[in-house]
Design a protein around this ligand. Structure first.
Ligand code: ACO
Length: 320
């Protein structure tokens, strides 16, 4: 069995920064309400010419540059997204085409906000089995195109962006310790798109019962982080950084409190980026990496929760 290390990270954002104040001119909302309930101050929205694939490609290029690896060496691309630009080809093969990689394995995975962990799990397993050596694992979304801009309860939450990591096989050094992903389809109605997609040509728009989603997110995340620490034989005090899905600062605070983690150990980007679904964890990872927060050997706990419901976590030894 091979090990897998993260050797590079990258990210890309929608071209237009939109503040809470900007939104309050279009919706019956306020900066105070949004900040108090979510911790969000701004978000970046894709502009004309930006697509899920173009954001994914930009993030991938930066991850490759960070790892000093040529695109032609990549043998696996996994893209997590809930907002592909079209039904097919997949975003992953679009990225492959843009990177001019003539032959590799490329696929999309769909698990809403937990998508990056699902993609990481796929790539990690293929690397462990010796079926891939250098994998681009990407989360990319243009959620602004499936937001109901008349629904203030959801419109203020979601945003656009992409995050990518290059995952490389090694024989000696352990980076990814484990990835654990779960789902429970009985909660599907609490967070879904309504009115598409499909052959109707309509685009489905996000509909969410926020309060119920909030409760389930807090409880499932508490359960999964406990389980993960126990499974891999760690204690909460071993964690150097929590890299959570950036949906809501109150959900993140609840997980950090449960783990008794000081705020300095929590990577928090929701205030600037809002909820970018599958992109949020790798976007947070890249932001912290570029800020020089992590040092070699640090133990990172990644976690996410999203529509489905889907949820999961991963423990990673930072080896860059
Ligand atoms: N501005 C002002 N008022 C608002 C807004 C807004 N943007 N949105 C809702 N309100 C009002 C409501 O109408 C309601 O008014 P009322 O009391 O007069 O009826 C009041 O604020 C309270 O609404 P709630 O929905 O109960 O507010 P809550 O405290 O639950 O916060 C929120 C809402 C932020 C959506 C929260 O429930 C939440 O974060 N839920 C979880 C979302 C999440 O984590 N999703 C993760 C997965 S996302 C994915 O998978 C794609």
């Amino acid at each position: 069995m091979y090990h897998a290390i993260i050797s590079g990270t990258g990210s890309a954002l929608g071209a237009q920064k939109v503040t809470n104040e900007d939104l309050s001119h279009k919706l019956d909302t306020s900066d105070a309400w949004i900040q108090e309930r979510t911790g969000i101050q701004s978000r970046y929205l894709a502009q004309e010419g930006q697509t899920t694939a173009s954001l994914a490609y930009d993030a991938a290029c930066k991850a490759l540059e960070d790892a000093a690896v040529a695109a032609t060496d990549v043998d696996l691309i996994v893209v997590a997204t809930a907002t592909p630009d079209m039904h097919f080809p997949s975003v992953a093969t679009q990225v492959q085409g843009m990177l001019d990689i003539k032959k590799c394995t490329a696929l999309d995975v769909s698990a809403a906000c937990s998508g990056f962990l699902y993609a990481l799990d796929t790539a990690f397993n293929k690397i462990q089995l010796g079926q891939a050596k250098k994998a681009l694992v990407i989360g990319a979304e243009v959620l602004s195109r499936i937001v109901n801009w008349e629904d203030r309860a959801t419109a203020v939450l979601f945003a656009d962006g992409a995050g990518a990591v290059l995952l490389e096989a090694t024989e000696e050094t352990q980076g990814v310790i484990g990835v654990d992903i779960y789902s429970d389809g009985s909660f599907g109605d609490l967070l879904k798109t309504v009115g598409g997609p499909g052959s109707s040509g309509q685009q489905g728009l996000i509909e969410m019962q926020g309060r119920e989603v909030f409760k389930q997110a807090v409880s499932k995340l508490a359960e999964v982080v406990d389980f993960s620490l126990e499974k891999y034989n760690f204690k909460a005090e071993d964690i150097d950084f929590l890299v959570p899905h950036q949906a809501n600062k109150r959900i993140i605070d609840a997980t950090a409190k449960k783990l008794k983690l000081d705020a300095s150990k929590v990577v928090l980007t929701v205030s600037e980026h809002a909820n970018t679904s599958a992109a949020s964890v790798p976007l947070a990872l890249d932001t912290a990496n570029k800020e020089g927060k992590f040092k070699k050997g640090d133990l990172l706990l990644l976690e996410a929760f999203g529509a489905g419901f889907t949820w999961g976590s991963s423990l990673i030894r930072w080896q860059k």
